[in-house]
Design a protein around this ligand. Structure first.
Ligand code: RVP
Length: 496
């Protein structure tokens, strides 16, 4: 037995002291971009994100809808693994297909179909246009386009054919496969169409360029996209069915994987990383965790993890510390592991990014986590409150709330995450509510403005600088207790 000579501390126990703010230090100059995966010191990480926020690997948090919204504002989501392989892969594929400079032609209809069917397709797929092909399949011959503006059920019968209202190919501008996105966008705007189909010599549509995608790109210039301009998305994996799950996720287009475990300091995680390296080399990226000390970090970094996730027991819905007596204050865990990350970089020449996972209650805690040296954050409660999260929205005592449950709760029963075998013998999380907070776009904008403002006060225009120059001070016990009581009243999930 050994007892560490320190106290386990959380973010709320610290404040930042300002540093000199000079002329070059203005909010518009702050670069919040962060490396997502390991890279040689001095080189650029192969995957960077403009917004250093990721959404938790949780059923209540990361859906395709949330993943798309988060990628649009520059972050990345991790689709949860507590579901059958095919369902998780379908969620990943849904994100990858949603938007691209060149989008897949995936919503098609036959000319003989009814307007009612066209209307249903437009709504179900949230599209402005359905592509009409001779057999109604993506590989059929291109005949025309039908949009919501082409018919109105006050003027047209639901049973009228698509052919009676579609805009036929002869009247449409089209592009050719292989043309650049810039040329395609110019054609699109000149034609005043909502969509430009790229049509091959065989008369089939190979891809679409949509006006809406162009507008979104202008609005969110920080999007997380891959080389094909498709949104980036991550996916959780476990140490049990990885031989089946990982190939399916890779096939679905996942940009990055992450081992999902409450305790990642295990030989099982090393086995999974070795499997990935053997099967895919560096073409598949995988993060590992969670750990709370230097030994755990080094073990996973040596095993080849692309990033390491820090945090045990700090999640807002987590009761692991009560149930198992295991965990560590997030501030203490980060302090030790950040030192080890930097030592590891010096010794090996390899920088392994750190993700601080859980325990962010106020936006100010995000700045504190970065000040401690985190490269990027993973958040559950924060994202669960938004309209894009998959959790049901309900009214409770006159207040609108969203349901939010832990992966170790009886509701999620994510036994693989908690190493409890096939069934959860005891709970490690609660099932509760969080106040509904509106759209992700609006909230992330405000949160990032706060982080930028903190960094400006601390004289930093990028995270690396902030890591190096931030000065933290511990608050008194009395201040901490007062803050915690306030947090309990206002922000923590209300347990059912
Ligand atoms: P928070 O952002 O404080 O809500 O924490 C989210 C994190 O909590 C997740 O990313 C995960 O690491 C952890 N978690 C998820 N479920 C549970 C649980 O049931 N104990 N904990």
């Amino acid at each position: 037995m050994r007892i560490l000579p320190e106290i386990s501390r959380t973010f709320g126990e610290y404040l930042l002291l300002p540093n000199l703010t000079d002329e070059g230090c203005t909010p518009d100059k702050v670069d919040l971009s962060a490396p997502l995966v390991r890279h040689p010191v001095g080189e650029r990480s192969p995957i960077r994100i403009a917004t250093p926020l990721t959404s938790a690997i949780m059923g209540a948090v990361s859906s395709p809808q949330l993943a798309i919204a988060l990628a649009q504002v520059g972050g990345i989501s991790f689709i949860h693994q507590n579901q059958p392989v095919a369902e998780q892969a379908a969620m990943v594929a849904a994100v990858k297909k949603h938007k691209a400079g060149f989008r897949y032609n995936d919503v098609n209809i036959k000319p003989s179909a009814t307007l009612e069917e066209a209307d249903r397709l437009l709504r179900e797929h949230d599209r402005a246009v359905v592509i009409v092909t001779d057999d109604g399949s993506p590989s059929g011959a291109f005949l025309g386009l039908i949009t919501a503006q082409d018919f109105n059920f006050h003027r047209h019968q639901a049973g009228d054919t698509v052919e009676s209202r579609m805009r036929p190919v002869a009247e449409l501008a089209t592009g050719t496969p292989g043309m650049s996105l810039t040329t395609a966008n110019s054609l699109l705007w000149d034609s005043r169409q909502d969509v430009l189909p790229l049509v091959g010599d065989d008369g089939r549509v190979t891809a679409l360029v949509q006006r809406r995608d162009y507008e979104l790109h202008q609005q969110f210039s920080n999007e997380s996209v891959d080389d094909a301009k498709q949104f980036r998305v991550g996916a959780g994996v476990n140490t049990h069915d990885y031989r089946e799950r990982i190939p399916a996720l890779v096939e679905a287009g996942a940009d990055i994987l992450c081992l999902d475990s409450s305790d990642g300091y295990s030989v099982w995680q090393k086995d999974v990383i070795e499997y990935v390296r053997k099967e895919y080399g560096d073409t598949v990226r995988i993060g590992a965790g969670n750990v709370v000390d230097a030994r755990g970090f080094r073990y996973l970094a040596d095993a080849g993890a692309d990033f390491v996730k820090v945090g045990i027991g700090g999640g807002s819905i987590c009761i692991t510390r009560d149930q198992k007596g295991i965990g560590r204050g997030q501030a203490s865990a980060l302090t030790e592991i950040v030192t080890e990350r930097d030592r590891y970089a010096e010794q090996t020449g390899m920088y392994v990014p750190l993700c601080s996972d859980g325990g962010i209650i106020h936006d100010s805690h995000m700045a504190i986590a970065f000040a401690f040296g985190a490269d990027f954050l993973m958040l559950g409660r924060y994202f669960a409150r938004f309209s894009e999260s998959p959790a049901p929205q309900v009214k409770l005592g006159g207040q609108i709330v969203k349901e939010y449950w832990g992966e170790g709760s009886a509701r999620a029963r994510n036994a693989a995450r908690y190493g409890q075998g096939k069934e959860l013998a005891f709970e490690e999380g609660v099932d509760g509510y969080v106040p509904y907070a509106g759209s992700l776009y609006d909230n992330v904008k405000v949160t990032l403005a706060k982080i930028r403002s903190t960094m400006i006060s601390c004289g930093s225009v990028n995270l690396r600088q902030f890591h190096e120059s931030a000065t933290l001070i511990q608050v008194s016990q009395q201040t901490f207790v007062q803050n915690s009581e306030e947090v309990d009243r206002n922000d923590r999930p209300t347990v059912v």
